[in-house]
Design a protein around this ligand. Structure first.
Ligand code: DPP
Ligand code: ZN
Length: 880
């Protein structure tokens, strides 16, 4: 397979003024008739007077007929192969009709039109539409769509597509039809169709200009009691986008459909969002707090795409972060407004610093705007989404709220109804603010995580504090040399009494906090006018003001001090993480030398005692502060990852904290017990996380009172957050007599609910004990498991390989072998999921020689298969 390059972009040769589709649905033989009104594009470069050939994408299609302006073409008048239909010498404007047959029931790739739990649904982003009909499957070809869906009425009473329903009726043989018209221009990746036996949760929203919009969430009948939270989230999103961005919804109806088999989280199709059921269904009995929040965030994300993605779409797939980075930034700020803003920031950064930084340091590292790709579905990555969001966040912070809003208004106004580029976004921001973004654009073209090393020096005599910041970005595949970036470093100086000092820089008084703009490889900033006794401790990169790694030689005392006093909530948490990391590194070093009796640094213990014994100002932040850095984050800090040392150190630290602070944890548990009914509010969620954090410490030493509390919490079955936390702790304990009966009872109660069974799988396969691999194999044979359902694959295989690090990285290589076996099967069934689930194997260079060899051998074994484009690209990069 060949790579596609950003630099080769050419405008489409043909435009499509209108697209009329008719679907005659049947699971194994659906007939799709497409009538396209075509016009040669005057803007496209053509050499002669003749019209350019019309080249349409099409895969897995059986072509039945081709007509141009009503005349049926003979088979020598066009060319058709496995990927294209080509027509030459067409009139400059004409109407093309094609009829194809497709087989949705056999479509396990879940791209295009497929069948999930007996219903028809679609997923067209990025390049699924070419599996539906012959079409220029590229985002810069925008058209108005009219879609008629015909199906058996008894099996498929509900027929949905984009836009507004304009006609419906009965047909012979028990069939019926509905015609939908979408007045907005859209690229084909935003096309959607659903047909099934569904019920709806209906509501409405009045927009800021007073229009009524019907809101409908369509689900299978048994899920109707799981739709309220998504509906609330949708209404909140619509209102927020009006208030914060001035964006109003533009159709009379907005629909969401829940689908069980779905590759991604959800899809923003115009007026008809299709969701993975895991990202829309929520109910206290079946859904954890984290999943409630995910539903809120994903509903918002897809809704926000109506402007950032649909009204203004992407010129080509290299611009993917134009819509994704911006929309993630929008959904993150929305969630911060709806919940605890500091906790939202902590969670997002923790994810970025583990998973995205790892991607940026691995074989598939790529810039926020890649320069080339083989398979675009491999680029729906943390870099495009999360780092892309951080880049937009830096723009917003550099400009300030008002100028950023002016820039976003200008961007939407100027590009509405068209396919834009990242330059269009940045130039609107630049014009609205007068700021020059030339150097800033490097954030879009350079891969890798920038590293800042900071040094400080206080001269008490002159009252000067000089801070030197040095930046560099490590080489990434294909990019050896990196240039300096514009890095905004929000910072303050914390004085000996714990309060922020007044900052004077170059004679200018800046208040107590400022943003340093680092633009060169190294710069020194000198703060003057400090008192001799100030003894400042710098608090750097507040709020995580740039997606970088920052190092500063803090003493542990300074970290403990910042953990208590930093005025920035994020940096208080981060100081705690740095202190914990240092303490964990001591333990790891001891373990590597055979010392299993080492004690935890007393300063960390003291810091925890302080946290537990003072009145919490913010429970949600406290719960984060009581959580030790994850194994994945610790691994990110190591040159050669020692999974066993990490696991042992974290477990030991936790147990020592639990032993020393046992009574405080018991008290914390009781102070945060549930009162009243469950609600997915952040205040309640904070209490539940605190309570369950306390329980997790107690269970780490298998404290009898802890066991009793966990069992009681499980039996009370108040809500899934508490049930799952208690069940996980019992199952992950060394005493199988605690976990096994609980797992059995849980499965009996929930076997009918696939989303709950996903949790049941994950809980078991993340068990740290060495017997887990047999359990994974056993569960793969369980009737509730299926390799064709992406949620199941993620819940079982993904959770094992991604979260159960000690067992996945077993020294006999059995964990690697198991993953490779699954990847090989998925390569045939669902290449997109295969290319995602393989990720842990591709990171082999981070491990010791023995594990590297084992992992590479599995990659080579996979390479020996006939690979899909998706896997080919990932495996070749990994082995390069
Ligand atoms: N465009 C989709 C999203 O919202 C991809 N599934 O991220
Ligand atoms: Zn998105």
């Amino acid at each position: 397979p060949a790579a596609i390059h950003l630099d080769d972009y050419q405008a489409p040769a043909w435009r499509i003024l209108s697209t009329r589709l008719t679907f005659d649905l049947a699971p194994s033989a659906t007939r799709v008739t497409a009538v396209l009104t075509l016009e040669a594009n005057p803007d496209a470069a053509v050499g002669s007077d003749a019209t350019p050939p019309l080249v349409l994408n099409g895969e897995h299609l059986t072509l039945e007929s081709v007509r141009v302006d009503g005349r049926a073409l003979a088979s020598d008048e066009y060319k058709v192969d496995e990927t294209h239909l080509t027509l030459a010498a067409l009139p400059a404007s004409c109407e093309l009709e094609t009829v194809v047959l497709i087989d949705p029931a056999a479509n396990t790739a879940l791209e295009g039109l497929y069948v999930s739990s007996g219903m028809f649904c679609t997923q067209c982003e990025a390049e699924g539409f070419r599996r539906i009909t012959y079409y220029p499957d590229r985002p810069d070809v925008m058209s108005v769509f009219t879609t008629t869906v015909i199906a058996d009425k008894a099996n498929y009473p509900i027929l949905l597509s984009n836009g507004n329903p304009v006609e419906r009726g009965e047909l012979d043989g028990g069939r019926h039809f509905v015609t939908w018209q979408d007045p907005h221009l859209k690229p084909c990746y935003l096309f959607a169709l659903v047909a099934g036996d569904l019920v709806k949760h209906a509501d409405s929203f009045t927009t800021m200009s007073g229009r009524d919009v019907a809101l409908e969430i369509w689900v299978e009948p048994e899920n109707l009691d799981k739709t309220q939270h998504a509906m609330n989230s949708l209404k909140a999103s619509m209102k927020w986008d009006e208030e914060v961005y001035g964006r109003e919804y533009d159709l009379d109806i907005f629909m969401i459909v829940a689908v069980n088999d779905f590759n991604m989280g959800a899809m923003e199709n115009k007026g008809l969002n299709i969701f993975n059921s895991a990202c829309v269904l929520a109910n206290p009995d079946t859904t954890t707090d984290a999943a409630f929040q995910r539903v809120e965030g994903v509903v918002a994300h897809e809704y926000f795409h109506n402007w950032s993605g649909n009204r203004v779409t992407c010129r080509d797939w290299f611009q993917l972060s134009l819509k994704e980075g911006f929309t993630v930034y929008r959904d993150q700020t929305f969630s911060a407004d709806m919940n605890s803003a500091p906790v939202k920031r902590i969670e997002d950064v923790a994810m970025l610093r583990t998973a995205q930084f790892a991607e940026d340091a691995g074989p598939t590292a790529h810039p926020v705007r890649p320069a080339s790709y083989i398979e675009i579905s491999n680029f729906y990555t943390l870099t495009i989404y999360e780092k892309g969001s951080e880049v937009v966040r830096m723009v917003a912070n550099l400009l300030g709220e008002e100028a950023f809003r002016r820039g976003s208004d200008l961007y939407f106004a100027r590009n509405d109804g068209s396919a834009a580029t990242i330059e269009d976004f940045i130039s609107a921001m630049s014009e609205a603010s007068g700021r020059d973004f030339t150097q800033f654009m490097r954030w879009y073209s350079q891969a890798g995580t920038p590293e800042i090393s900071a040094r400080g020096n206080f001269d008490a005599e002159s009252g000067r504090y000089s801070l030197t910041l040095h930046q560099s970005t490590p080489a990434t595949p294909g990019q050896a040399e990196k240039l300096p970036l514009v890095i905004p470093v929000r910072m303050g100086l914390v004085g000996a009494d714990g309060s922020d000092l007044a900052l004077t820089l170059d004679g200018e008084a800046l208040g107590t906090e400022t943003v340093l703009e680092l633009t060169e490889a190294e710069q020194t900033f000198v703060f003057t006018g400090l008192e001799a006794g100030a003894d400042p401790v710098p608090s750097l990169l507040r709020g995580f003001s740039a997606p970088v790694k920052l190092s500063f030689a803090y003493s542990r005392e300074q970290l403990a001090f910042l953990m208590q006093h930093d005025s920035d909530g994020f940096n208080r948490w981060d100081a705690g993480q740095r202190l914990a990391l240092a303490a964990l590194e001591d333990l790891m070093a001891a373990w590597q030398q055979g010392d299993t009796q080492a004690s935890l640094d007393a300063r960390l213990l003291a810091a925890y005692r302080f946290l537990l014994q003072s009145e919490p100002s913010d429970r949600a932040v406290l719960a984060e502060m009581l959580t030790l850095p994850s194994e994945a984050y610790i691994a990110e800090q190591q040159t050669v990852v020692d999974v066993d040392a990490i696991h042992w150190a974290r477990k030991t630290a936790k147990a020592q904290l639990a032993t020393a602070l046992r009574d405080d944890f018991v008290a914390l548990y009781h102070a945060n017990e549930q009162q009243g009914d469950y609600a997915p509010t952040f205040e309640q969620m904070a209490r539940r996380s605190l309570k369950n954090a306390a329980l997790s410490y107690l269970m780490s030493i298998e404290d009898e009172e802890g066991v009793r509390l966990a069992q009681a919490q499980l039996a009370a079955a108040h809500n899934m957050t508490d049930v799952r936390a208690a069940l996980t702790l019992l199952v992950h304990s060394s005493r199988t007599e605690l976990g096994d009966p609980a797992l059995k009872a849980f499965a009996e109660r929930w076997s009918h609910d696939p989303l709950v069974m996903d949790q049941w799988f994950s809980i078991q396969v993340t068990r740290p004990q060495a017997d887990v691999l047999d359990r994974v194999r056993f569960l793969m044979e369980h009737p509730a498991f299926s390799l064709t359902n992406p949620n199941k694959v993620r819940a079982l295989i993904g959770a094992f390989a991604g979260q159960n690090r000690v067992n996945f990285h077993r020294l006999d290589g059995e964990g690697y072998r198991l993953l490779a076996d699954v990847v090989i099967e998925l390569n045939r069934l669902n290449p997109e999921i295969a290319a995602r689930i393989i990720t842990p194997l591709t990171r082999y260079k981070r491990f010791d020689a023995k594990r590297q060899a084992l992992m590479k051998a599995e990659l080579e074994r996979i390479r020996g298969e006939k690979l899909s484009r998706n896997l080919y690209e990932v495996v070749e990069k990994a082995l390069a």
